[in-house]
Design a protein around this ligand. Structure first.
Ligand code: HEM
Length: 258
């Protein structure tokens, strides 16, 4: 364990956590109108209709797995009958399935963003930075699972990564736990930490709104613009105001001149 370890496994995560929490507070206080996912659904919907649900449902499963594997101590799961063997089977196969769904969704979303001109045009520099860290985090996480759990003999991260993250939360950082962790896991944790640091300054800010009901809400119906403002003729007193030089009668052909 050296100074670099302290920097990577203690200073960096606390700095990222500070950026995450303070960033959310600042944006909440000064930029509530920017608190949005900046949906691009109106520009393109065919790729989005597949990519978005795959990515988001996959991520929900990944997040559930992270809570169980990282935050709940092994002894507690043992107590309710989930021993090491059952945990390992579940984490490996459910984790791999969740990773596959997330990765397929993410690839569809990335292709869409690059290939659909109108979506590409509304992509900001911060979107690109966010995608780099999101992609790297998900890629290294998936690599770690495939390399060690699916193809290898299995790595017991519940003896290193999990107690390390709990030691940070409890404000008693234990650097030594991360020093000998395999590289794929280390890179996954470092890129995830960087992602948390930039999180509130990207479109990921929408995640904290946790619109659970959103998953079950009916579709929003987009309609093309009609000559009428609504499905009915506008009523007297509710007509759109006419701009100077505009031909009022061309816009409202149903309206009779008096
Ligand atoms: C510092 C925070 C994080 C830590 C300590 C962490 C740790 C881990 C560990 C130990 C695994 C292996 C799980 C297994 O073998 O079953 C894993 C897998 C994975 N992680 Fe993370 N992770 C973190 C944040 C994230 C974030 C922010 C994302 C996505 C944005 C993410 C995405 C994934 C994915 C896709 C996998 C593979 C599928 C799975 O096992 O769920 N992780 N992570």
């Amino acid at each position: 364990m050296n100074n670099l370890d302290v920097l990577i496994w203690v200073a960096f995560p606390y700095a990222a956590a500070a950026s995450f929490f303070i960033g959310h507070i600042i944006r909440y206080r000064y930029d509530q109108y920017g608190w949005t996912s900046r949906s691009s659904q109106t520009y393109e919907n065919k790729w989005l209709r597949w990519g978005s649900p795959l990515f988001h449902y996959g991520m929900l499963a990944v997040i559930a797995g992270h809570i169980i594997g990282l935050l709940i101590p092994r002894e507690w799961l043992d107590f309710i009958g989930i021993d090491d063997h059952i945990y390992h089977l579940g984490a490996t196969w459910l984790g791999t399935a969740a990773a596959a769904i997330t990765v397929i969704g993410m690839i569809l979303l990335l292709i869409r963003r690059g290939a659909v001109k109108r979506v590409f045009k509304v992509t900001t520099t911060m979107d690109v930075v966010m995608y780099v860290f999101l992609f790297a985090t998900i890629a290294f996480g998936t690599l770690a699972v495939v390399q060690f759990q699916v193809l290898g003999a299995g790595y017991d991260y519940r003896g290193s990564v999990s107690p390390w993250i709990r030691s940070l939360i409890l404000m008693q950082p234990n650097v030594a736990l991360m020093a000998g962790v395999p590289l794929a896991f280390q890179l996954h944790v470092i890129t995830a930490t960087a992602l948390f640091a930039i999180w509130p300054f990207t479109r990921l800010i929408h995640v904290l709104s946790v619109p659970i009901w959103y998953l079950f809400r009916p579709y929003v119906v987009y309609r093309s613009r009609d000559k009428h403002l609504g499905a009915r003729k506008p009523r007297p007193g509710w007509e759109r105001s006419v701009r100077p030089g505009q031909n009022e009668w061309a816009e409202y052909p149903h309206k009779e001149k008096v």
